[in-house]
Design a protein around this ligand. Sequence first.
Ligand SMILES: [Fe+2]
Ligand SMILES: [Fe+2]
Length: 259
Amino acid sequence: MEFSSYAQQILESEELEAKLSPPATPLTDEHACEAPPPPEKPARTKRHAITPRVKVPSPEGMPDPAQRVRILHAFANHELQAVEIFAWALLAYTDAPTAFRRGLIGILREEQRHFRLYEARLQAHGCDFGDFPLSGYFWGKAQTLSTPLRFVCAMSLTFESANLDHALDYARRAKDVGDKETAAVLLQIHDDEIGHVAFGWRWLREFKQADQNAWQAFSENLTFPLRPSKAKGPVFSEESREKAGIDQAFIHRLRDARD
Ligand SMILES: [Fe+2]
Ligand SMILES: [Fe+2]
């Protein structure tokens, strides 16, 4: 099966099972240029339809199980959208190097597993995915991601970078209220996210112009309202970014970035 056929299956199938299943056969990338352009929106069942933006409850909601379940639901939705947006990228960037496209598939597969981890926590709280409205926040950004460089700046180095901080914050709060299983899921996702940010850092430097430094390339390839200050949470983890291999100069620019 081709990378792009697998991506198409994820975007065109309404059913979660089809979006979350591993490829049926080993994947190849020999006919990328024959792939159709990506759809404007992913197919979804009525139960999982995208509705106008739904907010993630703040971390202070963690002690209240009714709020916690909404947090878990919103996070599962982030993972599902990540699966779909990485599939979208495979259809959008058919000219990109196969090593880049292989990296997209690797991350997509991890996002599928992340969805399942949150889904299991939702079910442990007596809920199921689709019990609350679902936002399509990432999909609102797809039209601005005109190049692979813009894709890694927005996805890997803004959303996933911010998630390094958010995952640690929510994990600490889950642990404080005695929900060790949720804390463990958040820490696992944090650790995987380091790899996703590392992917963005690698390809930022491959795709940027030779006369730009990494910070210039990053900040110039974000489309407002995305901006560097959106690439972090309230408590900035330098350590997580060091583990992603990001250099000190970039980490300090990001730490000091203000709205
Ligand atoms: Fe994830
Ligand atoms: Fe990720």
